[in-house]
Design a protein around this ligand. Structure first.
Ligand code: MIG
Length: 798
C-alpha cells in the first residue's frame, strides 16, 4: 500500500481502527484460504456446436461441452446465454421478455442463422457470432468464447473508428476504449483521482458507436470481471467473467432507443419527489442540531434557496445504524419539523454494517433472525467499519430485506424525507487487499445459496431494494428518495447516486463530466458529484466552477470530508457568495424543466445529462466531446474546467444555437470562443426549444428558429405522491415573420397557473393573437391566459 494513503487513512480512522484493520485484513486472508483461483486460467476453446433446437423466440445450440441459447425478447433485443455456469438471479431485470417476436431461421454453410424483423444473427458451428441487420450489414462480431475452470471469456471485434461508452461509474474518458476496467464495486479509500478503477458502482454494459450503427450490450453476470476494451488487443474487446454463465443482452439501435429498451428490461428510474431536484447541503458531519440550525440560518440570512440538508454519520449514537445521538440531536423530530416548515427536507445516512454490540437492539435482532452474513463454518462474518466490528445483513435474503426495511419506520415517523446509503459496495476497513468481505462469505441468493463472489456487486443494489420496498409500504403516498454510493444494473429503479469521494482538483472536475455522462449512458440518470470535490480544500475559483457545473446536473449537492475547510456557500466570501446565489436561483428557475426531464426519464430511460452525440449518433465529430454536455433536449452546458480561464471554446453541433446569457445566435457545426467570466459558464439553447422556467410564475422561453419548428414540454404535478398530473406540449412553427404556437395537454390535474408569460428569444413581437383575440404585446414578451393557439407577428431580433 502507498504509504501516503496509509497515513491519510490513519488520520481518518485513528490508531485503534488502524490496528484492527491489520487484524481484519489478516482475518480476511485466512477466510479466503479455501478458495484458490487458478492462475493463469487454463483457457479452452469450446467444442463445436453440433445441433440446433428451435424455440418459439429463438434457438438452443448444443455442443459437447457448451450450450448457447439465443432468445429474441423483442425484434431489436436478444438475450444470449452460454452455459455451463450458474444462471444469474434475476436481480437486475424486471421483465422476462418485451415483445412477441416472430423469427425465422435458416441453415448456413458453416452453421445457422436466426432473424427477426430488425436483427439477423449468424451462429457458426465454432461459436462465432455475427450480429447484422436483415440486409446483412454486420454491427457486432464475436469470436467463439472460451472457458477456463469456472470462468468465461470472449473477444468482440472492434472497428478502427468504434467508440465505447458506459460501464457504470468510471473515472475514465467518456470514450472508454483503450483501457482495462474491473467490475468489482470498490471504495477507492476516501479520495480518488482521474483514472482510479474500479469505483463504487460498476455495470457490465457498454454502448457502442461505429460507422455501421449503434448498439448496447449488458452482461447479466455479477461476478468479478475484466473488460479490456482494446487496451491489450487494439482491435478487440476482451470480456472475462470469473464465474457464472456468460449471459448478455444485445440491444440494437441508436443510444436513445437502446437505453429505452435497456430500462424497459431493467426498470425505469421512477419520478422522484420534486424537492430532490433542488439544492442539497451536506457535510461530514453536521455535529449537532444547533449546527444544523446555524447552517440553515446561514442560508436564510444570505438569501439562498435550500431544499435538503443531509446528516452524515455523526448523528448516530456511536455509529450504530438506526439510532440517534440524543446529546447532539436531543429532539430530531422537532428539528425535522422546523426545517420542513422552511421547505427543507432532512436526509440521513445509513451504512449497512451493524455494530456488534449486544446492547444494540438492531444487532440483537439481526442475530436472532439469522440476518447476518456468515462464513462457511457458520460463524457470523465480522468486518470493520465506523462503529468498529460489524455484522452485515445479507440483502440477498428476502426476509432480511424485509427485516432491514422495517427499521426505516422510526425515521419515517420522525419525518426523515430521504435516506443516503453509504459503504454498500460493501466496504470494510482493511490494512491491505480488497476492502470488502472475504469472497467465501455465504449469501442466501433467494434460497439458492452462493458466496460473495456472486453477491458482492449486488449488495448495494439489494440494500436499496430493501429500503425502497419498505418505504413504499411505510409511506405509500410519498415517493421514496434514496441516494446510494454503490449499485448494479437496475439500481436506477430505487436510488439516486453521487459520485463518491472525489479529490478536490481541477483534473477531477474535468473528469467528473464523463463520470456523470457515463452513468447516464449506463441507465443511471440521477447522479452528481460532491461540489468542490470531497476530500480536499478547493480554492474559491475551483469551488465556483464546480458549483456552476453541478447546477446543471441532476443531483446538486454540496458535501465535503471531515477536517476539510467549511464549504457552505458563504465560506468563500465575495464574489463567490453572489455567484453561488445566482446559480442557486437559476437552479430554482430551471426546476420546471428539470422536473419535465425527470418525467421523461421515467418514461424512456433517457438520461437528463447527455453527451453531445445524443443529437446525432452518426456524427463522429460528436463522439469524443467530454468537456460539455446536454441537459435535456434544450440546453448545451460547457462548464469551465481550467483554472484561470475566463473564456473557453465550445463546439456547437449542427443547427442554430442561442447564447443563454446574451441571446446571441450562432450556427453550428463549429467552434465558438465563449466568454466565461467568473460569474458565468457558457450555456447555449437549441433554437426551436421552448424552455419552461419558474421566473415569477411560469414563463415559457421560446427560442425561435430562423425557419421551421420546435417544441417543448412541461410536466407538472403535486411534486410528490402518486396523484394526478398535467402534461403540456407546446409546438411552434415559424414562417417568415409569423410564429404559431400550439398547446395540447393531457392529465387530470387542474392547470395551476392563471396566466403565463411567453418570452421570445431572437424574435421581437409586434402583434399577438391568443385564441382569436388580439392582446397588447410588444417587444420580447407578453402575458397570456392558458391558450390553445397563439399567432404572433414579429421579426428576428438578433
Ligand atoms: O469512510 O460517512 O463517500 O460521502 O461523508 C467514509 C462519511 C464514509 C464516505 C462517503 C462520504 C461520507 C463519509 N463516508
Amino acid at each position: 500500500m502507498d504509504p501516503r494513503k496509509l497515513l491519510l487513512a490513519l488520520c481518518f480512522v485513528g490508531l485503534r481502527t488502524a490496528l484492527r484493520a491489520v487484524w481484519s485484513a489478516w482475518e480476511r486472508d485466512r477466510a479466503e484460504r479455501s478458495i484458490r483461483i487458478p492462475h493463469p486460467v487454463p483457457w479452452q476453446p469450446i467444442r463445436p456446436l453440433e445441433r440446433m433446437d428451435l424455440l418459439p423466440d429463438g434457438a438452443r445450440f448444443i455442443g459437447l461441452d457448451a450450450e448457447l441459447e439465443i432468445r429474441f425478447l423483442a425484434p431489436d433485443v436478444l438475450r444470449l446465454t452460454w452455459t455451463p455456469g450458474l444462471l444469474p438471479m434475476p436481480y437486475a431485470v424486471v421483465r422476462e421478455t418485451l415483445e412477441e417476436t416472430p423469427i425465422a431461421w435458416a441453415p448456413q454453410p458453416d452453421g445457422w442463422m436466426l432473424e427477426s424483423s430488425a436483427v439477423r444473427i449468424a451462429v457458426s458451428a465454432h461459436g462465432r457470432l455475427r450480429f447484422q441487420t436483415p440486409a446483412g450489414c454486420v454491427w457486432r462480431e464475436e469470436d467463439p468464447p472460451e472457458r477456463g475452470a469456472e470462468a468465461w471469456r470472449h473477444r468482440i471485434r472492434l472497428r478502427p473508428e468504434e467508440r465505447l461508452y458506459g460501464l457504470g461509474e468510471r473515472a475514465a474518458p467518456l470514450n472508454r476504449r483503450g483501457r482495462v476496467y474491473r467490475m468489482w464495486n470498490r471504495d477507492p479509500g476516501g479520495s480518488y483521482s482521474p483514472d482510479a478503477d474500479p469505483l463504487y458502482l460498476s455495470i457490465p454494459l457498454w454502448l457502442s458507436l461505429h460507422s455501421d450503427g449503434a448498439y448496447l450490450v449488458f452482461y447479466e453476470n455479477p461476478f468479478d470481471a475484466i473488460f479490456d476494451l482494446g487496451a491489450t488487443d487494439p482491435d478487440a474487446a476482451w470480456v472475462t467473467f470469473t464465474g457464472g454463465a456468460l449471459r448478455y443482452y444485445v440491444f440494437y439501435g441508436p443510444p436513445a432507443r437502446a437505453l429505452n429498451r435497456y430500462t424497459e428490461l431493467t426498470g425505469r428510474p421512477p419520478l422522484p419527489p420534486r424537492w430532490a431536484l433542488g439544492f442539497h447541503q451536506s457535510r461530514w458531519s453536521y455535529m449537532s442540531a444547533e449546527e444544523v440550525r446555524a447552517v440553515v440560518r446561514g442560508f436564510r440570512e444570505h438569501n439562498l434557496p435550500l431544499h435538503a440538508i443531509h446528516l452524515d454519520i455523526d448523528y448516530m449514537d456511536g455509529y450504530r445504524v438506526f439510532t440517534v445521538d440524543r446529546r447532539r440531536f436531543p429532539d430530531l423530530p422537532e428539528l425535522i419539523r422546523e426545517l420542513e416548515g422552511q421547505g427543507i427536507r432532512t436526509v440521513v445516512i445509513l451504512d449497512p454494517g451493524v455494530k456488534i454490540d449486544p446492547d444494540h437492539p438492531v444487532y440483537r435482532e439481526g442475530w436472532m433472525q439469522g440476518a447476518f452474513c456468515r462464513l462457511p463454518d457458520g460463524r457470523i462474518y465480522r468486518g470493520l467499519v465506523w462503529p468498529g466490528w460489524c455484522a452485515f445483513p445479507d440483502f440477498t435474503d428476502p426476509q432480511v430485506r424485509r427485516w432491514w426495511g422495517s427499521h426505516y419506520r422510526s425515521f419515517v415517523e420522525m419525518g426523515v424525507a430521504g435516506f443516503w446509503h453509504d459503504m454498500n459496495e460493501p466496504t470494510t476497513f482493511t490494512a491491505w487487499g480488497e476492502p470488502t468481505f472475504p469472497r467465501t462469505v455465504r449469501h442466501a441468493l433467494e434460497g439458492r445459496g452462493g458466496d460473495h463472489r456472486e453477491a458482492h456487486n449486488l449488495y448495494g443494489l439489494l440494500m436499496n431494494q430493501a429500503a425502497w420496498e419498505a418505504l413504499r409500504e411505510l409511506r405509500p403516498d410519498r415517493r421514496p428518495f434514496l441516494l446510494t454510493r454503490s449499485g448494479w444494473a437496475g439500481v436506477q429503479r430505487y436510488a439516486w447516486n453521487w459520485t463518491g469521494d472525489t479529490e478536490s482538483t481541477w483534473a477531477m472536475l474535468r473528469r467528473t463530466l464523463s463520470v456523470v455522462l457515463g452513468l447516464g449512458l449506463s441507465g443511471i440518470p440521477y447522479t452528481g458529484p460532491d461540489i468542490g470535490g470531497f476530500s480536499g480544500a478547493p480554492s474559491a475559483e475551483l469551488f465556483i466552477r464546480w458549483f456552476q457545473a453541478a447546477a446543471f446536473m441532476p443531483f446538486f449537492r454540496n458535501h465535503a470530508a471531515k477536517e476539510t475547510p467549511r464549504r457552505e456557500p458563504w465560506a468563500f466570501g465575495e464574489p463567490a457568495l453572489s455567484i453561488i446565489r445566482e446559480f442557486l436561483r437559476l437552479r430554482v428557475r430551471l426546476l420546471p424543466y428539470l422536473y419535465t426531464l425527470a418525467w421523461e426519464t421515467a418514461q424512456t430511460g433517457a438520461p437528463l445529462v447527455r453527451p453531445l452525440f445524443w443529437l446525432d449518433e452518426k456524427d463522429p465529430s460528436l463522439w469524443e466531446i467530454e468537456d460539455a454536455f446536454l441537459l435535456g433536449p434544450a440546453l448545451l452546458v460547457a462548464p469551465v474546467v481550467e483554472e484561470g480561464a475566463r473564456s473557453r471554446t465550445v463546439f456547437l453541433p449542427a443547427g442554430e444555437w442561442y447564447d443563454f446569457w446574451s441571446d446571441q445566435r450562432f450556427t453550428g457545426p463549429g467552434t465558438v470562443e465563449a466568454s466565461a467570466p467568473l460569474e458565468r459558464i457558457p450555456v447555449f439553447v437549441r433554437a426551436g426549444s421552448i424552455l419552461p422556467m419558474a421566473d415569477d410564475g411560469l414563463t415559457l422561453h421560446v427560442y425561435v428558429p430562423s425557419a421551421g419548428g420546435g417544441e417543448g414540454f412541461l410536466y407538472h404535478d403535486e411534486g410528490d405522491g402518486f396523484g394526478p398530473y398535467r402534461m403540456a406540449r407546446f409546438r411552434m412553427e415559424r414562417e417568415g415573420h409569423h410564429v404559431r404556437l400550439h398547446w395540447v395537454d393531457e392529465g387530470e390535474l387542474p392547470w395551476p397557473w392563471e396566466a403565463l408569460t411567453l418570452r421570445f428569444h431572437g424574435f421581437s413581437v409586434l402583434r399577438a393573437v391568443v385564441d382569436g383575440r388580439e392582446i397588447p404585446a410588444q417587444g420580447d414578451r407578453f402575458t397570456a391566459r392558458p391558450f390553445q393557439e397563439v399567432q404572433i407577428d414579429g421579426e428576428t431580433s438578433v
